[in-house]
Ligand binder design. Structure first.
Ligand SMILES: Cc1cc2nc3c(=O)[nH]c(=O)nc-3n(C[C@H](O)[C@H](O)[C@H](O)COP(=O)(O)O)c2cc1C
Length: 198
């Protein structure tokens, strides 16, 4: 089973494609955290989520800490614009166990605070590469390979994930200007000022 969290659809795209290629079902972390029943585990647990300032979204960490069990093949795929820092360490810390396999997939950037707005050409190139990459990731998962760490960490990962991330999330992640429409899943995240637990 694959649990995904998505802000603008990149991670949802990866989760859907991975689900097709691994013949697995996908579930929304936001919906489960909002009260939808947690499905019974079978076979493996995969997480797909975006990178938010070199750490995972707080809701993903909360989900992992609340629900993840020990004795199951466990992998994670972070979608990012280019570099993820040490974010997988935060998943492992919340799960209290190592990942069997960890990957990143470069996708179009949706961070308008510190990121660049990419050209249409760059976006199309990233999407084409991502499609191939997800196929390779699915192959590793289908073979249940362990000890795989194929993540684009980038430069100064400890500094970015450990030092910049808490500052970024404290001062640049306020949800105050946002409001809900009918498509809201009632996850509650928009009404909470989520602070990252380090
Ligand atoms: C608040 C915020 C912070 C981000 N921080 C990073 C980052 O540290 N590294 C990176 O490569 N991409 C970063 N991104 C880009 C997203 O991780 C990337 O576009 C991702 O594919 C978005 O997935 P989604 O559409 O499922 O939300 C950030 C995006 C947002 C909104």
């Amino acid at each position: 089973m694959i649990f995904y969290f998505t802000g603008t659809g990149n991670s949802l795209y990866i989760a859907k494609r991975l689900g097709e290629l691994t013949k697995d079902k996908i579930f929304s972390i936001a919906e489960i955290m909002a009260g939808k029943p947690m499905p019974e585990y079978n076979g493996s647990v995969g997480l797909v989520f975006p990178t938010y300032a070199w750490v995972p979204p707080q809701m993903v960490l909360d989900f992992v800490a609340k629900y993840l069990v020990d004795d199951i093949y466990f992998y994670a795929v972070a979608s990012c614009a280019g570099s993820c820092g040490n974010l997988m360490q935060y998943i492992e810390k919340s799960a209290n166990r190592p990942l069997d396999a960890a990957f990143s997939v470069a996708m179009p950037n949706n961070d308008i605070i510190i990121g660049n707005v990419e050209s249409e050409e760059q976006i199309q190139e990233k999407l084409a590469n991502a499609t191939n990459r997800v196929e390779k990731i699915a192959q590793v998962i289908n073979e249940r390979k362990t000890g795989v760490y194929d993540v684009s960490v980038g430069s100064y990962p400890s500094f970015k994930s450990g030092f910049i991330a808490p500052i970024y999330h404290k001062y640049a992640s306020s949800t105050k200007p946002f409001y809900a429409q009918d498509t809201c899943t009632a996850c509650g995240q928009c009404t909470n000022f989520y602070s990252i637990t380090f």
